[in-house]
Design a protein around this ligand. Structure first.
Ligand code: TRP
Length: 348
């Protein structure tokens, strides 16, 4: 691999912490929701990307092998979209035990009803119920608490995320304030840093089936690693305006899922909308054109992914190095936390 891990960056640089659950490969919803943002910010901030395997297990505890496999896949997806291993760090969450410790301390500071009100968790629970009829575990309900620990253990200044993560970030900020008010110094100095949130500018990406969310469990996703043929096949199944039955019927781009993708992938989306509304454009042609637009954007991503995919050991070395650096930061934060909690016994 021609990339080498850089020396640690200037310590005055502000820090980003963000992450992904390794439950599957990443898709175009992730690309617009969070990946593009972190790639754009990585030269301004010291960037840590968490491969959140412990969080993935709150959902996939019955399938740990799947989570393990996807740690590499998600690392590859991040590198494929341009995360620069010379400046950014990939970190395996489970290998930072300080996160689990801080989670326990945080768990006293949040009520059950507060967790149950989290809108993202609510939606996820409803989705799980309808797909699998499962009931909710303590671990799943509490994952926003562990996410707060992910962020604060690294003293993150900024968390770039998609809008579905906003409730998590609000809970993080609440927990930090509560923690600092109870355990902070008498002079008001906080132990933990309250992070800022940066939301993605792009609206949420719909699923191929028109669902308001693209997701692996929903079976409606276009993956960054899909081949051009697969992209073509998937796009042909995408939902269009149901009232546009014939090619010459005027269509409504504002309700069409295919058009919502054109807005992200096709530079000539405004002309496409005009042609659709006038009945000059049929849905099949429109989909074929969309597949070409998506493939144009995904092709360089596929090529970068292939480069790293053929060097899995180098990628894992890079991840281990990022994890080691992250662990050193987490240790310092946890020492401060334990001091605040009168738990600094100092055996060893
Ligand atoms: N909850 C995020 C997701 O589902 C993943 C995640 C875990 C995360 N820890 C994080 C995101 C910390 C931002 C910050 O995609």
């Amino acid at each position: 691999m021609n990339q080498t891990q850089a020396t640690p960056q200037a310590t005055n640089q502000k820090r980003i912490l963000t992450g992904d659950r390794p439950t599957g490969k990443l898709h175009i919803g992730h690309l617009f929701g969070s990946l593009q943002q972190r790639v754009a910010l990585q030269h301004q901030y010291q960037t840590f990307v968490l491969l959140a395997d412990v969080q993935a297990l709150t959902d996939h505890f019955h399938n740990p092998a799947l989570v393990r496999e996807n740690v590499l896949e998600v690392a590859l997806d991040n590198l494929a979209v341009g995360l620069d291993p010379n400046v950014s760090r990939l970190v395996i969450q489970s290998q930072i035990p300080q996160i689990a410790e801080l989670t326990v301390f945080f768990s006293n500071l949040v009520t059950l009803s507060r967790l149950q009100q989290n809108p993202t968790v609510k939606t996820e629970i409803a989705e799980k119920r309808s797909l699998f009829g499962e009931s909710v575990t303590y671990g799943f309900l509490g994952y926003p608490v562990s996410q707060a620990a992910d962020i604060t253990i690294f003293d993150a200044d900024l968390v770039p995320v998609g809008e579905d993560q906003l409730p998590q970030l609000e809970q993080t900020r609440e927990l930090v304030r509560k923690f600092n008010s109870i355990y902070g110094k008498a002079d008001g100095a906080g132990i933990l840093k309250e992070p800022q949130i940066q939301l993605s500018a792009t609206p949420r990406v719909r699923g191929l089936d028109g669902n308001s969310k693209m997701g692996k469990s929903l079976g409606n996703a276009v993956y960054l690693s899909d081949s051009s043929v697969t992209v073509g096949e998937k796009v042909l199944t995408a939902l269009t305006d149901p009232l546009k039955a014939r090619k010459t019927d005027p269509g409504r781009p504002e309700v069409c899922t295919v058009f919502s993708y054109h807005q992200m992938f096709s530079p000539n989306a405004p002309e496409i909308a005009l042609e659709c509304r006038s009945g000059a454009r049929g849905c099949v042609d429109c989909k074929l054109q969309l597949a070409r637009s998506i493939n144009t954007q995904l092709e360089p991503i596929r090529q970068t992914r292939a480069f790293y995919q053929s060097r899995p050991k180098d990628v894992m070395d890079l991840v281990m190095e990022g994890t080691r650096e992250a662990g050193a930061i987490a240790e310092v934060t946890l020492a401060r936390v334990k001091e605040g909690l009168y738990l600094n016994y100092g055996f060893d």
